[in-house]
Design a protein around this ligand. Structure first.
Ligand code: CA
Length: 99
């Protein structure tokens, strides 16, 4: 807590089904430096918050899959969509499509 005292927005735990929109809001909370893109470190934090094992290894796998233009960040709409798909299919997160 003390380390990130400048960032005291309570992190919402997705302990239930989420819509894609809710997932996007949730993942945005981990954009610690507010540069509007998700780095591997920030993704690791997100997975850790879900108590996932091997979160940094998983984060690198996710990044490899979702970072389509190889910038090292999830930084555009298409990549976020890929992240959603990966989370659903490989991380077994319950994210449902809702228009
Ligand atoms: Ca990218």
């Amino acid at each position: 807590m003390a380390i990130m005292s400048c960032f005291e927005v309570p992190v919402q735990q997705p302990d239930r089904d989420m819509s894609v929109q809710e997932f996007k809001v949730w993942i945005k909370q981990f954009d610690m430096d507010h540069d509007k893109r998700i780095s591997t470190e920030e993704l690791t934090e997100a997975l850790e918050s879900l108590h996932m094992w091997f979160s940094s290894w998983k984060a690198r796998r996710v990044m490899k899959d979702a970072d389509a233009d190889h910038t090292g960040f999830i930084d555009n709409k298409k990549e976020v969509e890929k992240l959603v798909k990966y989370a659903q299919q490989r991380l077994h997160m319950k994210i449902h499509q809702k228009s």
